[in-house]
Design a binder for this molecule. Sequence first.
Ligand SMILES: O=P(O)(O)OC[C@H]1O[C@](O)(COP(=O)(O)O)[C@@H](O)[C@@H]1O
Ligand SMILES: [Mg+2]
Ligand SMILES: [Mg+2]
Length: 337
Amino acid sequence: MPRRISLTQYLVEQQREHGHIPGQLRLLIEVVARACKRIAISVNKGALGDVLGTAGSENVQGEVQKKLDVIANEVLVEANEWGGHLAAMASEEMDSIHVVPNRYPQGEYLLLFDPLDGSSNIDVNVSIGTIFSVLRKQGHTRGVSEEDFLQPGKHQAAAGYCVYGPQTTLVLTVGSGVAMFTLDRETGSWLLTEEGVQIPEDTKEFAINMSNMRHWAPPVKRYIDECLQGKEGPRGKDFNMRWVASMVADVHRILTRGGVFMYPWDQREPDKPGKLRLMYEANPMAFLVEQAGGRATNGHERILDIVPKKLHERVSVMLGSRHEVERVTGYHADTPA
Ligand SMILES: O=P(O)(O)OC[C@H]1O[C@](O)(COP(=O)(O)O)[C@@H](O)[C@@H]1O
Ligand SMILES: [Mg+2]
Ligand SMILES: [Mg+2]
């Protein structure tokens, strides 16, 4: 039975007792958690709150924006810009970085987010989420530019997501393991419901969009083909498959009971490294997964080691149970990166 302490108490412990986080970072995380609570309220209203359907606009990646993509982005920007902990923000839904205006106090952190992950699931009432990543501005130069954001994921000071599902759960790492907090709707508090989360090293469950099978590279085809052969194949066991199509929900399942999640490169657009975005989807999830004892690679290298060249860079993703990710990464050894 986990200790029933609040997110605030947990963060104060991390700051004061363990010295893992500075006060500024603690306050920043609390602001993000408050914003997620507000997003959860909009998500729950659904049709009653006129939050379903498309917004009639496109984001920088040419994707149609849903009303909730726009609402969640606004909530996060507004909540964070006057907090005094940030230098700038970046989002899936914003073309370029959003520098904290001069009228507000400036901080040293950089916040990146996917305000609403799993947009295709909003209107069908399936779990969706918010993903965030926190970096620290390096050096002491005045002002902030996109360059300041282009740090490898291993530099993240904190990362997490909030899943809006049957329960609203905030999952967080500040680099000292993974903790989960469930929103108590009666009191409005985030309460610790799991800490020291560990992903089992082995699994019998994989998550991949199978409709893309014919486009995958040979190592991914080989891995999935071997899983599909079940007991009679080289793996000697039957596998199960799950695909929610919200990365947040698929990763949450993996943090809860293990599994492997893949969104690999495919040959339809050979120059595009993958579908998922490195800086606000893959990096925060890779940080959480590694902190829970799992692995996260792009098939060739550790995701957290990749040095981004641009803000909205995409990446191939394989993450989850350690032995499975090592296996599928090993299958890529003979293929060029
Ligand atoms: O519809 P597909 O191709 O299976 O893609 C699902 C993937 O796309 C995403 O929804 C992309 O996220 P957004 O909704 O933030 O664009 C991932 O969460 C998910 O893993
Ligand atoms: Mg997303
Ligand atoms: Mg999104």
